[in-house]
Design a binder for this molecule. Structure first.
Ligand SMILES: *Cc1c(COP(=O)(O)O)cnc(C)c1O
Length: 367
């Protein structure tokens, strides 16, 4: 029996050719492919600057550092996300508050963000769940009113648009972070990028990606460098960047197929699913549906060859966050969503025959 999982990379011979060319070139890292990938990301999104990094978690970490977040600061994010959206605040010693999600999109609710703001709040990290943009205009205006930094966690959302602008353009934020993990929409194996329009943030991000080293002025022409702050080795290799360049060329086709699959599921399964807002043109990364008796559905799907996934366990219910004082019941919509959500297979290489088979199996396990 053919098995299907909730997500999968799409790699073809063009990707292989591009990677092999880099393997045969002079630079495996710190070479021209990284810059080419960064430029391609800027051209695609419309942002001025891109800093490619080893993964999105590293990107969120240096974004939090570049934003100047630290002990005593509070950061607001969504509970329905991967751990990194909150952990990046903890990396720099800031505390995290979770704002509840909207019931019909599972994206952070701007009204709930406002309720979480205190005089210590310094930043908001909205997460574009499943690829659908949050209401960035509202979030941006809340941030402006309170003098807050906005870092978009767009790990799911490369290819998506909000009010006609591509996610990553940073029109409503200071920085946007992408992930290129294999389950995400395009991949570099492991990888990520931080987008920004602010030259000062860009310079900081570049230094933080490489040990806090600077090589400017006279130093550009000799051996000297200066370490002015504590940075990391969060570089992406040229091998990975070559794959990224090749994958990015296919993003519009991936998006079209992802949207087609979503509309086929919406029509033919008619299970409760996320609502797409009129401001959104999502490159869907996930297709979550809501089911009763999720545990049973999950087990029966597995027996039917469908390896589905539950995304996400509300972050504040993790033992680490409980130990920091977070409690069950903090975000009722997030908890209700978590109780019923399960993500069905969604990736561009699914054929119409695959979809018919997946839909048949799902119908057979529904009560
Ligand atoms: C995958 C993911 C991340 C982390 O991405 P990595 O590249 O694996 O570090 C962060 N946030 C969200 C919402 C994600 O889905």
């Amino acid at each position: 029996m053919k098995t299907y999982s909730y997500g999968k990379q799409s790699i073809d011979w063009r990707d292989v050719r591009e990677v092999v060319r880099t393997l045969r070139s002079n630079f495996l890292t710190c070479g021209p492919k990284v810059r080419e990938f960064e430029q391609a990301l800027c051209d695609y999104t419309g942002a001025k600057y891109a800093v490619a990094v080893s993964n999105a978690t590293a990107g969120l970490h240096i974004a939090a550092m570049a934003a100047g977040l630290g002990p005593g600061d509070e950061v607001i994010t969504s509970p329905i996300t991967f751990l990194s959206s909150a952990n990046c605040a903890r990396f720099v010693g800031a505390t995290v508050s979770f704002a509840d999600v909207e019931a019909d999109t599972a994206n952070i609710n701007p009204g709930e963000i406002e309720k979480q703001i205190t005089d210590k709040t310094r930043a908001i990290i909205p997460v574009h769940l499943a690829g659908q943009s949050c209401d960035m205009e509202r979030i941006h205006s809340i941030a402006k009113q309170h003098g807050l930094i906005v870092i978009e966690d767009a790990a799911h959302a490369i290819g998506s648009a909000y009010k006609g602008n591509r996610v990553g353009c940073c029109k409503y934020s200071d920085m946007t972070v992408f992930s290129f993990h294999p389950v995400k929409t395009i991949t570099t194996g492991e990888g990520g990028a931080v987008m920004t329009n602010d030259e000062g943030l860009y310079r900081k991000l570049l230094a933080l990606r490489a040990h806090g080293m600077h090589k400017d002025g006279d130093m550009a022409h000799d051996w000297r460098y200066e370490m002015r702050e504590l940075g990391y080795n969060y570089r992406l290799t040229d091998i990975q960047a070559a794959l990224g360049v090749s994958q990015l060329r296919k993003l519009e086709r991936f998006k079209q197929r992802r949207r087609e699959i979503v509309s086929i599921y919406n029509e033919q399964l008619a299970l409760p699913h996320l609502t797409e807002r009129e401001f959104s043109n999502a490159c869907f990364h996930l297709y979550p549906v809501l089911v009763e008796n999720r545990r049973e559905f999950y087990e029966r799907a597995r027996k039917a060859g469908l390896n589905l996934q539950v995304l996400y366990i509300p972050v504040y219910t993790q033992p680490y966050y409980r130990a920091l004082g977070h409690v069950a019941g903090e975000c009722p919509n997030a908890e209700a969503y978590y109780e019923r959500c399960i993500s069905l297979p969604l990736y561009p290489s699914l054929t119409n025959a695959d979809l018919r088979e997946i839909i048949r199996r799902i119908k057979s396990i529904l009560p």
